[in-house]
Design a protein around this ligand. Structure first.
Ligand SMILES: O=C(O)[C@H]1O[C@H](OP(=O)(O)OP(=O)(O)OC[C@H]2O[C@@H](n3ccc(=O)[nH]c3=O)[C@H](O)[C@@H]2O)[C@H](O)[C@@H](O)[C@H]1O
Length: 434
């Protein structure tokens, strides 16, 4: 039996066709409303389900690296704090990104050895053999340097690091390196060299105190520049590779953060850095491996059969340039995300000032290894390479006291000594002596 209220609700207030019609319309409307509301509920349910699925996916996607990164926790914080301890008067507390990388591991060791606090950060990606990165990590650990496993795109992790340690400086060396690989995997350059850089700068801007930042740009920004030697004031608006373009973008992006937020910035244009613990993707390294294994090497040649040349720069010289940059960096001027005054902005070439052709470099390796290379000389493909590099280092010399002292022959000798100690002569595959 319907209640009074229900009867009132469904009874027509006045008799008549119209009322009857309205009554039936009302019922139709009610039926219709009932089915619409069911549909609406279903739709809502589906939307909620989709949203839950998508947010779970993005959590898994972004979280996968955090899970594998495994940061946080009491012991982790203890390790970070211990690693950041300064052991000299007026020393620095430096966050080194890319600490398990070639330049990063060398700079970390140099800073730690003189008593600075050093916390490393590295995502241990597999661009090249991660076991080499792990070996560098063990080396750093043995010098009481802790390396956080994480990505510079992880803002939460960076915020945590800045909460735990009052970093005076950030040495930003984490990047997607390699000129030719940019054609294979362009997104990784955007991820690390653009997005990662911005995330790091955002964290530095928000930190209190703001650290001074020294970071790795590249000689590749000179691109198609033909004026030699390359000076910092030369054109850098014609990059020849996406790698170069992302490094050039980094220079513009860091300028913006300097201008708006008062971050102290020093960008270093490295010229083909080589040496012990180097990067296996670089020519001097892969050539050494192939020569020892009796495999052919491909030597690129420029237009009109002109040899390519690089201003190869030894790692120890680069480390000195990095450390001098940290030492001469002025403090950032912002706080609470706001600029309080103009801040320092610098860019320096760090090169060797004496380019060597690639065939000459191969020749030096052959002498060191006492093995003749099997050379395939081919015309340089359009893969982002530039024909030559040559640094003018007057600015770095004047302002950093930078003075490279290792020529390619001496540097390659040290590299080969390290290579043989680390990898051996590739037992089982006898090497061919002269
Ligand atoms: O200064 C930089 O900013 C960059 O330096 C480095 O780039 P590059 O100067 O190109 O070094 P690298 O690959 O060793 O090739 C050296 C020479 O060998 C030639 N080359 C290379 C490979 C090959 O198979 N054959 C060959 O002839 C090749 O054509 C070239 O002439 C860093 O990798 C890069 O990350 C960035 O830091």
């Amino acid at each position: 039996m319907p209640s009074k209220a229900e009867q009132e609700l469904f009874l027509p207030s006045t008799p008549g066709k119209f009322k009857d019609k309205s009554h039936s319309m009302h019922r139709q409307f009610h039926r219709c409303f009932a089915s619409t509301s069911t549909m609406f509920l279903w739709a809502l349910f589906l939307v909620a389900l989709t949203a839950a699925y998508l947010s779970f996916q993005s959590f898994v996607d972004s979280g996968s690296k955090y899970f594998s990164a495994a940061w946080g926790g009491v012991q982790w914080e203890k390790n970070v704090r211990a690693s950041a301890q300064i052991h000299r008067h007026n020393g620095a507390a430096v966050l080194v990104t890319g600490a398990a990388g070639f330049v990063g591991s060398h700079v970390s060791l140099a800073l730690k050895k003189r008593g600075d606090g050093v916390v490393g950060l590295d995502n241990f990606n597999n661009y090249y053999d991660p076991s080499l990165k792990k070996a560098r990590k063990h080396l750093l650990n043995s010098h009481n340097i802790f390396i956080v496993e994480g990505d510079v795109n992880d803002a939460r992790m960076l915020a945590k690091l800045f909460e735990i340690v009052r970093f005076t400086h950030v040495m930003h060396l984490a990047a997607q390196a390699g000129v030719r690989y940019a054609m294979e995997n362009p997104q990784s350059y955007v991820h690390s060299n653009i997005a990662g850089l911005v995330t790091l700068l955002e964290s530095c801007k928000a930190a209190n105190p703001q650290p001074a930042i020294v970071w790795a740009s590249s000689s590749s920004v000179y691109g198609l520049n033909e004026k030699v030697p390359f000076s910092e004031s030369d054109r850098t608006d014609r990059p020849a590779s996406l790698y170069a373009a992302t490094k050039k973008a980094g220079e513009e992006i860091t300028h913006t953060y300097n201008h708006i937020y008062g971050l102290s910035i020093t960008g270093l244009r490295f010229f083909t850095v080589y040496g012990p613990w180097g990067r296996p993707d670089m020519a001097y390294f892969s050539f050494t491996r192939n020569i020892l294994q009796g495999k052919p090497i491909t030597v690129y040649r420029g237009k009109d059969r002109v040899d390519l040349a690089r201003d190869f720069t030894y790692i120890d010289d680069i480390v000195k340039g990095c450390v001098a940059s940290l030492d001469t960096a002025k403090k950032s001027t912002g706080s609470g995300g706001k600029k309080r005054g103009p801040a320092q902005y610098r860019i320096f070439n760090l090169g060797n000032t004496s380019p060597v052709t690639v065939p000459m470099m191969v020749n030096m390796l052959e002498k060191q290894l006492k093995v003749k290379a099997k050379k395939n000389v081919v015309t340089m493909p359009g893969n982002g390479d530039v024909p030559f590099t040559h640094a003018n280092i007057s600015s770095a010399r004047r302002e950093l006291g930078y003075k490279p002292t290792t020529d390619l022959q001496t540097g390659l000798k040290k590299f080969v000594r390290w290579y043989l100690a680390y990898y051996g002569y590739n037992p089982g595959k006898p090497v061919k002596l002269f």
